[in-house]
Write a protein that binds this ligand. Structure first.
Ligand code: ISE
Length: 342
């Protein structure tokens, strides 16, 4: 079976996924495209021999579209995801599921009304081989219970349009989701520490900052978010447990030794660092549609991450100290064994 996919909003991420689906992955074909910039939709579609639709609703409801990928601007996600749910079609949506927890709740309500899990959120780190290896060691219990996790999320630079709240809800949201998944529990509080600012930033930005989270069982996670680090894209994570530690190794594939020293390449951006994770994520999504079982990060995961980010943004922008994470109780629908898409 070939899963016929329609793409809404093929910007940078969308085009990277299209390239993967078209050139690297098995079982999927991009057959339809729409974008708020019609010339971009036409250009992308022409290269694929795909159909251009005037809007998301037309694309979602086209008979030859089996599944939908939403890679548009975050505030536009809610409308497309709910329309896909109402059309009964599986939908992959890039992070964030939606920019506010309330919008995520509306998506969860629509999905529960449909009585089927149809939504997968693009939290790709769960598919990264090194994070998966870390999780396997922690889940084995061999080094005891996790007490603390130290993370760093470093980008080389960000554009002037990047605002300080984005350090939490656009950048740290990846650690928020990955840590929920790694630890298997929710966060209850968030706080933001403000180190000395780098001179290599736009003046409106607070950079770096450290997001400090506490989980239900008391695990403390600190996440250094430094988005103008200049030297490359550097993602770090060390879990400290009762009888040992486990960390991500440096993300190089070769090591070079010469008269200049011993060096590894530093990755340049998220597509470079997480290429393998994106590959596995989209391949597993296509397979899950073939077998009728959407199993990746759910609307609940999108909602829970949004709630933690809301608390982080409040702590940051209102200088509110330690802020409690407000979240509804997890609906039974999102526990294992929920109905899945057909
Ligand atoms: C971007 O939106 C991403 O998702 C990247 O993974 C992250 O590193 C970057 O900071 C975000 O702006």
């Amino acid at each position: 079976m070939t899963v016929r996919i329609g793409i809404i909003g093929p910007g940078g991420m969308g085009q990277a996924h299209i390239r993967r689906i078209t050139e690297e992955l098995a079982g999927g074909q991009v057959v339809a495209v729409t974008d708020i910039h019609p010339e971009r939709a036409r250009q992308v579609a022409d290269a694929l021999g795909a159909t251009v639709h005037t809007d998301g609703f037309a694309l979602i409801n086209a008979d030859d579209v089996d599944a939908v990928m939403v890679t548009s601007f975050g505030p536009a996600h809610e409308e497309s995801v709910i329309q896909a749910i109402e059309a009964g079609k599986p939908v992959f949506v890039e992070k964030p599921l939606a920019p506010t927890a309330d919008a995520c709740l509306r998506i969860m309500e629509a999905e529960q009304r449909a009585c089927r899990r149809l939504v997968q959120v693009g939290f790709m780190r769960r598919y990264d081989a090194s994070y998966r290896a870390m999780k396997a060691i922690l889940d084995s219990g061999e080094i005891g219970e996790v007490l603390m996790v130290h993370c760093a999320h470093r980008n080389p630079a960000v554009p002037e349009s990047y605002t300080t709240d984005m350090a939490i809800n656009d950048t740290a949201i990846h650690e928020v989701d990955t840590m929920r998944w790694l630890l298997g529990e929710e966060f209850v509080t968030a706080r933001v520490d403000r180190p000395k600012k780098t001179r290599n930033r736009f003046p409106h930005l607070l950079d770096p900052l450290v997001l400090v989270l506490e989980s239900e069982s008391g695990v403390r996670v600190d996440d250094e978010v430094f988005v103008n680090h200049q030297y490359g894209y550097d993602i770090r994570c060390e879990a400290v447990a009762e009888k040992g530690t486990v960390s991500l190794a440096d993300q190089h594939t070769i090591e070079r030794r010469d008269g200049g020293g011993h060096r590894n390449r530093v990755t340049t951006d998220h597509n470079d660092r997480f290429d393998g994770a994106f590959h596995t994520e989209i391949q597993e999504w296509i397979r899950s549609i073939e077998v009728g079982q959407v199993t990746g990060p759910s609307s609940w995961d999108g909602y829970a991450a949004a709630c933690v980010c809301d608390a982080g943004v409040k702590a940051l922008l209102e200088d509110a100290g330690t802020v409690r994470v407000e979240m509804i109780e997890k609906p039974a629908f999102y526990s294992s064994g929920v109905p899945v898409s057909a």
